[in-house]
Structure formats: structure tokens, C-alpha cells
Design a protein around this ligand. Structure first.
Ligand SMILES: Nc1nc2c(ncn2[C@@H]2O[C@H](COP(=O)(O)OP(=O)(O)O)[C@@H](O)[C@H]2O)c(=O)[nH]1
Ligand SMILES: [Mg+2]
Length: 266
């Protein structure tokens, strides 16, 4: 039996097909709308070393060996592009914005938030566990305290949040933002506290900035989710407060499900 809804849709479809001439002139625009619908663009933002590349690779299902060969260094200075396709011709086009404080970063921010505005934003944070970038010439990992990392993250977020707000107010459809609190395997016992810190209305410095963003963009124009995730790490078994590989995969699946819902894929 056909539901009234389906029937209604079919009727609308017929009406559109009837205006063939009009449809023809709008073909390129419609094709791009279809592409956007099936493969929404997602900006992956966040400070250097938080885990953007690793997460985008996991979400686009790239083999880690292949990815590692291509991007051996933490802190890429160019915009990385990844496409995720599933069997039902749905997916995402990820745009990983370099976290560097460089001209390439500004250009990339312009591209994803102004020139070709993305459909959604995956802002990656690491609860103070960003991998510090090596300073020129020295070997080994750099050092920065968690407090310093959190402060740097907040500064980085202020810039990105401002760009998201101006994109959201300019468009007529809603924008989604998911704050991905990654590297959860490194703070398995504090995941709830970390999620709270990054949530709107929490009264934390990050939460306050999210509240400001929501006020600027308008609540109906911007949806905000905060989800813990890990893109690597864990161990085969859950031991001494660490997350198991299984638990990491579960978190990743939840993030994917939420993104699919926000994109109308499910
Ligand atoms: N433990 C752990 N390490 C991670 C995770 N995601 C990324 N990393 C590591 O953090 C570092 C920075 O990751 P990367 O994706 O290059 O960060 P980006 O600069 O934001 O692109 C790398 O050494 C990764 O191996 C994670 O979920 N857990
Ligand atoms: Mg990177």
C-alpha cells in the first residue's frame, strides 16, 4: 500500500518533471544540489596536533599505512581532501583545514567558510592532549602542559567559531557543528568531564564560547553536538583505565551515526 506521504512526493515529482524547460535550465544547479545532498562537505577544523588528519582518515576509511606514507608529519600546512563513499552513494567530502598559523590556514578557512561554504563542521579538540609540534631543527616531541594546550585550543576555537557564525548567518539552511573530543583513549576515566568542558551551557571557557557562537548564529541556524571519540590508540583489551579497540570503534560508530543523521543519510 502506498502511504499518503509517498503519494504526495510522487505528485510533486510529476509537477517538477512537467516544467521540463525550466528544469533543463536549472540542471547544473540541481546536480550540485544533489551532490551536496548525497556528499555534503564537512570542514575538519582544530589546532595542530589534536588529531584531525587521523580522524578524517578513519572516517573516510583510508588504510592507515597509505595515509601515514602520505602525511608523515604532524601539522600539515595544506588543506587535505578526503571523500567517503558508501554503497548507497552517500558519503562526505572532508576538508581538513591546516591548523598552522600560516597564510595557507587563512586561505583554507576562507575556502570552507566563505568561498565554498561547507554543510557541516567537525571541530576536533583533544582535552589538552594535542601532540605539540616540533620546533624547527630540534628532534623529539615538543613540550607543552595540558593547561597551555587547552589555552591554545581556546584561542584557535575563537577564530574558527567566528568564521562559523558568519557563515551560518549568511545562509538560509541550518549548519551543523560537531565538537569531536578525540584521543579519548588517553583519558578514558575522564570522558564525561571532558565532554562537559566542551559543551554549551557548561560555564567552562570553551562552553562560554559555544554559547556566544549560538547567540551570534541563532539557535535554529546552528545545531551543536559534543561527542567523544578516538581514532587510534586503545589496546586490544580494556586494561588499567584505557579504552579497548572495541570501545574506540563504538565511539567512532556513534560519531558516524550522528553525522549521518545530521546529513539526512539515515
Ligand atoms: N592516543 C591517540 N593518539 C592520536 C589519536 N588521534 C591522533 N593521534 C595522534 O596524535 C598526533 C596528531 O595527529 P594528527 O591527525 O596528525 O593531528 P592534526 O595535526 O590535527 O592533523 C599523531 O601522532 C597521531 O598519531 C587518538 O585518537 N588517540
Ligand atoms: Mg593534520
Amino acid at each position: 500500500m502506498q502511504s499518503p506521504l509517498r503519494h504526495g512526493r510522487a505528485a510533486i515529482g510529476t509537477t517538477i518533471a512537467g516544467g521540463a524547460l525550466a528544469a533543463l535550465s536549472q540542471a547544473p544547479e540541481r546536480a550540485s544540489r544533489l551532490l551536496r545532498h548525497r556528499y555534503p562537505t564537512v570542514a575538519v577544523t582544530g589546532m595542530t596536533g589534536v588529531g584531525k588528519t587521523r580522524l578524517a582518515d578513519r572516517l573516510s576509511r583510508r588504510a592507515s599505512a597509505e595515509a601515514a606514507a602520505e602525511a608523515p608529519e604532524v601539522g600539515s600546512a595544506v588543506m587535505e581532501r578526503r571523500t567517503r563513499r558508501n554503497a548507497r552513494l552517500r558519503g562526505y567530502r572532508f576538508r581538513v583545514v591546516p591548523g598552522e598559523n600560516a597564510a595557507t590556514r587563512l586561505g583554507a578557512l576562507d575556502e570552507v567558510f566563505h568561498d565554498e561554504p561547507v554543510d557541516g563542521v567537525l571541530h576536533v579538540v583533544a582535552n589538552g592532549y594535542a601532540t605539540p609540534r616540533r620546533t624547527g631543527g630540534t628532534s623529539g616531541a615538543g613540550v607543552a602542559s595540558r593547561e597551555e594546550q587547552l589555552a591554545a585550543e581556546l584561542e584557535d576555537w575563537a577564530i574558527t567559531a567566528h568564521r562559523i557564525a558568519s557563515m551560518a548567518v549568511r545562509r538560509d539552511r541550518p549548519t551543523w557543528l560537531v565538537v569531536a573530543v578525540t584521543k579519548a583513549d588517553l583519558f578514558a576515566d575522564d570522558i564525561d568531564a571532558a565532554v562537559r568542558y566542551y559543551s554549551p551551557g557548561s560555564g567552562s571557557p570553551f562552553g562560554d564560547k559555544l554559547d556566544e557562537l549560538r547567540a551570534l548564529a541563532g539557535g535554529a541556524r546552528l545545531s551543536i553536538d559534543v561527542l567523544p571519540v578516538c581514532a587510534q590508540g586503545g589496546g586490544r583489551k580494556a586494561a588499567d583505565g584505557r579504552l579497548s579497540d572495541r570501545a574506540c570503534t563504538d565511539l567512532l560508530n556513534k560519531l558516524e551515526l550522528r553525522m549521518a543523521q545530521l546529513s539526512g543519510h539515515v
